[in-house]
Design a binder for this molecule. Sequence first.
Ligand code: ADP
Ligand code: ZN
Length: 218
Amino acid sequence: MKRLIILGAPGSGKGSQCKWITKDYNVPHISTGDIFRKNISEGTELGKKAKEYMDQGKLVPDELVIDLLTSRLEENDCKENGFLLDGFPRTLEQAEALEKYLNLNGIKIDKVINLHVPDEEIMARAINRRTCENPDCKEIYNLRDNPPKQEGICDKCGSKLFKRDDDNEETVSNRLAVYHAQTEPLIEYYKEKGLLSTVIGQQELSDTIALVKAELEG
Ligand code: ADP
Ligand code: ZN
């Protein structure tokens, strides 16, 4: 049982790390971005509200995120196996709300992985990113570094690849600015709690995986 948080700028490659961590440690992967996108595709009220912010690269307001996340942590899989939080917390207010929830439940975070990648690299990756539309697969490709064998088709499951609406230059630079202003302070917050491990994201996915693994085992 592990309770983990992964921090990193949008497009730093958190999603790829989450895929193996959730398998190897058998922890539910909780991505607030995925939860919002699911709500958007199902046309829920929450989805409609969230989409306005997401399309502009802005954060969804804390009050819409915090209840959503804490109620997700109440589900059995998290109680039994822990969790891997991806995209939450994203503001100090969210971190403090999480802290309150953990204290109330007498549980602690084991580790916070801070995945660091320079902004220029993030931009180059984002505009080339394609994602498998199959919700059970969600394989991520990059047209520059890791293209699919057949254009537009997932190697793993044969589903179509899509470009996320928010993977365009303007939205990415907004998201980076928001990250630096709102989320970066969490690095210091978790460093002070003695929970932070910083890993520099490498060009090769397998190299980054090895570095993150070393931090999680250590
Ligand atoms: P990325 O890591 O590429 O930014 P995410 O899937 O984590 O993608 O998030 C996409 C968008 O969803 C964010 O830009 C933001 O608008 C919204 N979002 C996700 N998580 C949060 C959160 N914890 N607080 C506020 N907004 C969020
Ligand atoms: Zn696929």
